[in-house]
Design a protein around this ligand. Structure first.
Ligand code: SF4
Length: 261
């Protein structure tokens, strides 16, 4: 059964200057129903938002439909200014604040003193170590005591996400994990953004389909994989930061390779 959408300003489609309404994707009512169901079964569930387009769609769905689900973001200390600014833009648009989780400053200081500020370029282990300190450990704290979390991952984003399910057990953090946009296409995400006038990170207009830390993310070129701009100096099959480490286990053996210089 499809749940009716509340007719609040946050869920009403916007009208273009020419007077034409942009229709939301056909999947929108089902998304609201899925999130409502998650909220009923896991009242302590929260969306881990990267502040990228997919997570803004989920933020709009949660706040716009008045669902009692938490939203948090990880401020690694290395984000673009445009990304950090999204936190205030969300509060201004929806009148609800998202939680901001930051890394342990002592762990950051020790890493930088031992390895250098940008040591993540030197090796995959040093990159993963930085991600562990700035992302994974804060995520572990943000998820502590929860029974489920929600992500904006989609299958078509990367080879590491091709087998992504909409609902799965998370063996890494030991709780239920929901990926309600798993089957959504890039076009459907942007259709929702245009239909509802959802605020989005301006980096998306400059060739960044995926948002991450400033030194580890670049714009992509036409024809490149959607996540080609993330850790672009590494092999595509190692491109997870540890937040979704379970994805690596699902890569077919045939595509797992070690990249040599
Ligand atoms: S994405 Fe880069 S800067 Fe950000 S936590 Fe990972 S290695 Fe560190």
């Amino acid at each position: 059964m499809t749940m009716p959408l509340p007719k609040s300003p946050a869920t009403a489609p916007v009208t273009s200057s020419a007077g034409a309404s942009v229709a939301p994707p056909a999947r929108w009512p089902a998304l609201i129903e899925t999130l409502r169901d998650i909220a009923a079964r896991h009242p302590d569930a929260a969306l881990a938002s990267s502040l990228a387009a997919e997570d803004m769609v989920l933020t709009h769905a949660i706040f716009g439909a008045g669902l009692d689900l938490g939203i948090f973001t990880l401020d690694t200390g290395r984000l673009n200014a445009e990304t950090v600014a999204m936190i205030d833009r969300i509060a201004a648009r929806y009148g609800r604040a998202i939680s901001v989780v930051r890394p342990d400053p002592r762990a950051v200081r020790e890493y930088v003193e031992a390895n250098g500020l940008n040591a993540f370029y030197e090796s995959v282990p040093l990159r993963k170590s930085c991600c562990e300190i700035r992302k994974v450990e804060p995520l572990r704290r943000a998820l502590a005591g929860r029974s489920a979390w929600i992500t904006g991952q989609r299958r078509e984003q990367a080879v590491t996400r091709g087998e992504l399910r909409e609902s799965e057990d998370d063996p890494v953090f030991g709780l239920r994990k929901f990926n309600p946009l798993a089957a959504w296409t890039h076009d459907e995400v942007w259709q929702a953004i245009r239909a509802f006038g959802i605020p989005y990170n301006p980096l998306h207009d400059r060739g960044y389909p995926s948002i991450g830390c400033e030194p580890c993310t670049r714009a992509i070129r036409p024809g490149e994989d959607l996540r080609a701009g993330r850790w672009w100096w590494e092999s595509s099959d190692s491109k997870e930061c540890g937040l979704h480490a379970g994805n690596l286990a699902s890569i077919p053996v045939s595509v797992v390779s070690i990249k040599t210089p």
